[in-house]
Design a protein around this ligand. Structure first.
Ligand SMILES: [Zn+2]
Length: 459
């Protein structure tokens, strides 16, 4: 880039610059998708977000949200315009570096044209002011309802895989992670729980309270939350010294102490198995919304309308390493999240002297050849059936088959090397296989092929 600028500067003023330089400085539109072929319009091309500052004011009675999202990004190409992802909600105005920008909407794509083009590598700030009643995403296949889901006393916010666009404009794909600040204003008496840590005491004025949270480690958009409602809280530290924040809806008040204690115990234990805890706090939230699932929101797993048992807490907190700190580049590699978190459930059971991982593996392996799990290769999660049970169970079995092939010592060293080598970054299945082969000195191609990629039961 520096070389190109000097070519232009040296061109005589009365001559046009060389054609090559002209075409290289042309500014073009950023792509409407980030390049995941399974989710072609998720995320956007042409820039990389480093930080989101979200200001959200939500009224549970009217279900109306007023928001201002400030995005700090860097251009990865010369940009004439670029897209954000936003579903529903009315955009009031957008500025880029303080100057009003024009914008257009089509489906969930919000196209922003700044008043001046943006050069490759330039940092820029986008501020979007918007309002409306958020509508969660609904998927009839197997994703269910996700995104910003209103509840009687607030909202339940779980956005995997692409629901964060239902409550703020963003680059909605896990391959672009960023740090987050939240300023969430709710009626006094309502608690706002977001990722990371509170940056001070909540402030109340005019019957409204503002909670400020900050997640200082990179986070995928689908892991962002602003779960709102009446909550009982328990705060402190895990026995190992990690700040621990547990919240339960009054309907689940009886599970608050268990949520707090088990979350702390699990977080500390996974720190000995998977390597140091990647974030600055741990905990969990049980809300009164019957989601039928839990989600590993970074530092704040959310459990939807049930009292979580140890197994699911072990699962969601294992995701803090596998999914949240190490994030997949493409959704097809989802087993790197769910296979690992499922295997963590078996490891937790083994740790507690209950059923061993080997016994879990054997029970599942006994399933008949006609079981649908064997027809779905977990190494290739399908966009229309992303959360298929095979991605979880057969993904976990893949890790157990690997453990048996390389031995316990190498296997557990591998888990720590994997989390250390990609901390806060992005991962692919090929990278995991390469590391496993390097650390074991074995050709593991046939093992991974049989377990991850073949539509039949491995021998
Ligand atoms: Zn999971």
């Amino acid at each position: 880039m520096a070389a190109l600028i000097s070519v232009l500067a040296c061109a005589p003023a009365d001559e046009p610059p060389p054609d090559q330089a002209m075409s290289a400085v042309a500014h073009t539109a950023g792509a409407p998708g980030i390049g995941d072929p399974d989710f072609p319009t998720d995320g956007n091309g042409g820039y990389d977000v480093s930080h989101y500052a979200l200001a959200v004011d939500y009224a549970p009675t009217t279900k109306r949200l007023e928001g201002v999202t400030t995005i700090q990004a860097a251009a990865t190409q010369n940009l004439s315009r670029f897209n954000l992802d936003l579903s529903g909600l009315d955009v009031r105005g957008i500025t880029v570096d303080g100057s009003p920008a024009t914008f257009a909407r089509k489906g969930d794509e919000l196209t922003v044209t700044p008043s001046a083009p943006i050069d490759k590598k330039a940092r820029f700030t986008v501020k979007v002011t918007y309002a409306g009643v958020p509508k969660p995403a609904k998927d009839s296949a197997n994703l269910g309802t996700y995104g910003f889901i209103s509840t009687a006393d607030g909202a339940f916010v779980t956005s995997e895989p692409n629901g964060s666009k239902t409550w703020f404009p963003n680059n909605d794909h896990p391959s672009d992670k960023a740090t987050f600040d939240f300023a969430i204003t709710v009626p006094a008496g309502v608690t706002a729980v977001a990722n990371g840590e509170l940056t001070g005491q909540p402030t109340t004025a005019g019957g409204k309270t503002t909670y400020r949270w900050s997640e200082r480690h990179p986070m995928a958009t689908y892991l962002a939350t602003a779960t709102l409602g009446k909550f009982d809280l328990r705060q402190g530290k895990t026995p190992g010294g990690i700040p621990n924040f547990a919240a339960t809806d009054p309907k689940f008040r009886s599970s608050l102490d268990k949520l707090y204690t088990v979350s702390g115990e699990v977080t500390d234990y996974w720190g000995t198995v998977f390597g140091p805890y990647p974030f600055s706090s741990t905990g969990g939230v049980v809300d009164d919304y019957a989601a039928g699932y839990a989600l590993e929101n970074q530092t704040k797993p959310v459990y939807g309308g049930f009292e979580p048992d140890e197994s699911i807490i072990a699962h969601e907190l294992a995701h803090q390493w596998f999914g949240d700190s190490l994030t997949i580049k493409r959704w097809k590699d989802l087993w790197l999240n769910e296979g690992f978190a499922t295997y963590a459930e078996w490891l937790w059971s083994e740790h507690k002297g209950k059923q061993s991982a080997e016994a879990f593996f054997n029970d599942y392996h006994k399933r008949p050849a006609s079981d649908p799990m064997w027809a779905y290769p977990p190494g290739r999660a399908k966009p229309g059936d992303l959360f298929n049970q095979s991605v979880y169970t057969r993904g976990g079995m893949t890790l157990h088959a690997l453990r048996k092939a390389v031995g316990d010592q190498t296997f557990f060293q591998l888990l720590k090397a994997w989390t250390a080598g990609h901390r806060y970054g992005h991962v692919t299945t090929d990278e995991f296989i390469a590391l496993a082969e390097r650390m074991s000195g074995k050709d593991l191609g046939p093992l991974f092929d049989a377990w991850l990629y073949q539509p039949r039961r491995p021998a």
